[in-house]
Write a protein that binds this ligand. Structure first.
Ligand code: NCD
Length: 323
């Protein structure tokens, strides 16, 4: 029997996580993002697609890259973009996350982009509103657009994700970036390795289709991609390693540890990077190896693709409901 063609479509209303997405759904977003990379390199970066539409960025946690990237993405598609951060909202006066979301929902936005400190909070919020919701990071759960932009960066450099050896190193336990990347990369056929001290590997990680290492040189051996993660101190309750100095000695990426990876292995980091903690400053700035700036560029394109796809889906839903 002939195999059925891969359907490239993303049929959902929201983007809450990578877990459960198919190869076709992930590829649909990556392919659309690729088109936006080209557009973003032109002098005139703006298209009319979301003219008259409203996007609200609702951030209950700090963010530089992700918030500006979503803002720019919305503006390049001609949407009206409003940024709300918790410091200026009524949440400080005791309004709950759900109350804030329903207030914003009453203003008829097409998309709510939400970052929240609690894992699962964005999913809960999505159940209470009529618009599309994008998870811009919920606690240590998921950060789907980060995993998509990482995948786009790798795919454009290497042509494919299939079969690549990718090491994700550092604070896996508290990292939503790691979790979303694991789901995406395993689904797309990469060989994923987690490299971290025993205390920073989540229980149950071995059931995710990854290999686990507690030694950088063993974990990085022969890798195509080395992805470093920040120590998420704000999510740590207790002592997970003896000292920063010792952590850098054993798990910080320097040229010595990198020497066992493939000679052209790419270095990635979602930012913000802590130099001298998880990555040596010279390595982070070595643009013959580090694609950290490219990740930021891909971020805008991926967010444009997500806003594009979800707005179209919502429009279709509304038309079908009217018919
Ligand atoms: C990440 C995040 O917020 O989860 N940063 C980002 O989105 N660029 C990673 C981190 O904070 O370490």
């Amino acid at each position: 029997m002939a195999s059925s063609p891969k359907i490239l479509a993303y049929p959902h209303r929201h983007l809450l996580g990578i877990e459960g997405l198919s190869v076709g759904e992930i590829s649909c977003i990556l392919d659309k993002s690729d088109q936006y990379v080209a557009q973003n390199r032109r002098a005139d970066k703006k298209v009319d697609l979301l003219h008259g539409r409203t996007i609200i960025n609702l951030f209950f946690e700090d963010s530089t890259r992700t918030r500006t990237s979503f803002e720019l993405a919305g503006k390049r598609l001609s949407a009206d973009v409003i940024n709300m951060s918790v410091g200026t909202s009524s949440v400080n006066k005791g309004e709950t996350l759900i109350d804030t979301a329903s207030t914003l929902n009453a203003m008829h936005p097409e998309v709510l982009v939400v970052r929240a400190g609690l894992s699962g909070a964005v999913q809960l919020l999505a159940e209470k509103v009529n618009c599309a919701v994008i998870n811009a990071g919920d606690g240590s759960h998921e950060h789907p657009t980060q995993a998509l932009l990482d995948a786009l960066t790798i795919k454009r450099r290497r042509g494919t994700l299939q079969g690549l050896k990718i090491a994700i190193c550092g604070d896996i336990l508290h990292s939503r970036v790691a979790r979303s990347n694991i789901y995406l990369l395993v689904t797309m056929g990469a060989q994923v390795r987690l490299v971290a001290p025993m205390t920073l590997i989540p229980s149950g990680a071995k059931n995710l289709g990854v290999k686990i290492f507690h030694n950088m040189k063993e974990g990085l051996n022969g890798c195509d991609i080395v992805m470093m993660l920040r120590l998420q101190n704000e999510r740590m309750h207790g002592n997970f390693f003896p000292s920063i100095r010792e952590y850098f000695h054993f798990f910080g990426l320097d040229y010595e540890k990198l020497s066992v990876a493939k000679p052209d292995a790419l270095i990635m980091h979602p930012g913000p990077a802590n130099r001298g903690v998880e990555i040596d400053s010279e390595v982070a700035d070595d643009y013959s190896r580090s694609v950290i700036r490219e990740q930021v560029e891909m971020g805008v394109a991926v967010r444009m693709a997500c806003l594009d796809i979800l707005s179209r889906n919502l429009q279709r839903e509304l038309m079908e409901a009217k018919a």
